[in-house]
Each structure stands twice: as C-alpha cells, then as structure tokens.
Design a protein around this ligand. Structure first.
Ligand code: SAM
Length: 289
C-alpha cells in the first residue's frame, strides 16, 4: 500500500498572492513614484496586487515584503515592476481635436517656415505606449503635408515600458485599436495581419513604419533629441503629481523647438504655469522662447 503523500505542497511561487498590507503598498508605491513619477491612490491596492502577482510567482516569492526587498536589491527587476504597473490604454486618432489642430494649424505653419529650407517635420510622442499615437501623427502628416514625399519625417516614440515599445515596433493591432480610423486611411496605411495570432487584425504598412522609431525613455529624465515641431505627452500626467509634472515639463519644453507645440490630454488640463509656455487652447501649448 502506498504511503500517504501528505498535503500537496503549494506550487513554487504562489499563484494566488497574499494580500498586500498598507505598509507594503506604501513601500511599493513610493518606489514607483521615485522611478517614474506615478502616484498610486490607496484604492489601487488590489490592482497592484493583481498586476504584480506574476512577478511574485516568477521569482518564487511568497510575500510582498520579500518582493520589495528583492526589488531594492536587484536593479534588473525594476523594468518588470514598471512594465506591470504602468497603464497603457491608447488607440488610433485618440482625441480628434488634436489631429485637427495638427492638420489645420501646425502643418501650414511649419510648411510656411520651412519653405526653401531643408524640409523636416519632427514629432516626439513622449508617452507613446504601443505606438498608436505616433503612427496616428505619421498618417496625419502624410495626408496633410504639401508634397509629403519631399519631407524628411523625424518621428520618435518613447515610453518607460519596454513591453509596449516592442509592440509599437511591430505595429500590429487588433480591430479595437483601429476603430476610429476611416476605412480609407486603414486601406492606405495598413495591411491585414493577425493580431493576436489567429485573430484578424492590422499591421501598419512598411511605408509608414519606416518613418517611426521607438526608444526607451523616462519622462523624469532629459531626452537626448531636441528641435521637435510637436511634442505629444497625453494621458500620462493624470498619474503624476505637481512635482513630477514640473520635472517632466522641464525636459519636454527644451526638446520642443521655439514656436513648436506641446499637447497634453483634455483630462489633464491643469498644466503648471511655465514662463516659456503659452496656452493656445485647452490642452494645447506653444513654446514661446
Ligand atoms: C495611458 S498611456 C497613454 C498613451 C498615449 N500617449 C495616449 O494618449 O493614448 C500612458 C503611457 O505613459 C507611460 N509612462 C508612465 N510614466 C512614464 C514615465 N515616467 N516616462 C515615460 N513614460 C511613462 C506608460 O508606460 C504608458 O504607456
């Protein structure tokens, strides 16, 4: 007769993580704030727990105190921590008024300024997530620049989350992400591609993707490129407190060319006053010096 094997041991690295205590939550959220400026409200405790559960399991840890100690001692864990806790919701042509402003105001202004000069149009999507925002800018420029083939497009997307940047580089999207795109634009700038595998979706066409680059960057740090005609920093300041917004602005403004524009989201209209920024309309600003 076989011996009684006793109780089944829990699998390595709990699948169901233990609850986070308020002290553990405070430590983890302070660490997040220090790295990327995101302030988590205490109501987000269970969200944090569910988003980080996989990390606990992957590391074979059974409580949040140990996970915190691991994070503090292992820099290599930080990107996983940030990837798990950043919110990446985005879609093509989000906030139509911004694209309308680009078409009707910024493009004609830049086209007039660069007449005869080297024709470069540059856009930085500074919290690019999976790329929909930068590709939206690319296709609006293709549609609205006079003689688009005569322009060099310098289009850069950046984000602190490396997983979304990998998706941005692939440029593959499900039907939900492209729901706002008129059929005409989808046909011109996309090719059918499964996304996820086995489900029909779309990939940004190579002739549009070739203008777009994606790089890792934290908004709390200076950006290595400057001279942008348009800087998009939308739907990320809602997670920042005043100090983090000011710090990010101190890097976004110098990256914008004098006379260039910065766009935030309509939900984050409260941009701290900055001496070299003029408010053009709700959520659209211009660098004046
Ligand atoms: C909600 S998405 C917004 C995407 C796009 N801008 C839009 O409006 O649709 C916010 C993005 O900001 C990124 N993010 C958060 N904190 C950041 C930081 N400190 N530096 C760079 N990116 C950050 C997140 O990873 C996420 O992809």
């Amino acid at each position: 007769m076989p011996l009684d094997p006793g109780p089944v041991p829990p699998p390595q690295g709990h699948q169901t993580a233990p609850p986070i205590s308020p002290e553990e939550f405070a430590l983890l959220s302070e660490l997040l704030y220090r790295h990327v400026g995101i302030r988590l409200k205490s109501a987000k405790q269970s969200l944090v727990q569910s988003r980080l559960r996989k990390r606990l399991a992957a590391l074979g840890l059974d409580n949040w105190g140990r996970y915190y100690a691991y994070l503090v001692g292992h820099n290599a864990e930080i990107p996983h921590f940030l990837d798990a806790l950043t919110t990446n919701e985005t879609f093509f042509l989000r906030e139509e008024e911004h694209w309308e402003f680009l078409r009707r105001h910024i493009v004609p202004e830049v086209a007039a300024r660069r007449r005869g000069a080297e024709r470069e149009f540059s856009v930085w999507s500074a919290a690019a997530s999976s790329g929909e925002e930068l590709y939206s800018a690319a296709l609006v420029l293709q549609e609205s620049l006079p003689l688009p083939e005569a322009w060099r497009l310098r289009l850069v997307g950046s984000d602190v989350n490396s997983e979304v940047l990998d998706r941005a580089r692939q440029g593959r999207y499900g039907t939900y992400a492209v729901r706002n795109l008129p059929d005409k634009l989808r046909q011109r700038y996309f090719t059918p591609a499964d996304e996820p595998p086995g489900v029909p979706g779309w990939q940004v066409a190579a002739h549009l993707r070739r203008h777009c680059r994606f790089v890792g960057h934290n908004l709390l740090q200076p950006f290595p490129e400057t001279g942008f005609d348009l800087v998009l920093c939308r739907n990320v300041f809602i997670y920042f407190d005043q100090r983090a917004k000011e710090r990010a602005l101190s890097h976004l403004i110098p990256a914008t060319t004098v006379g260039g524009y910065l766009m935030f989201s309509h939900t984050e209209a409260l941009i701290p006053p900055m001496p070299n920024l003029e408010r053009v309309r709700s959520s659209i600003y211009r660098r004046v010096r």
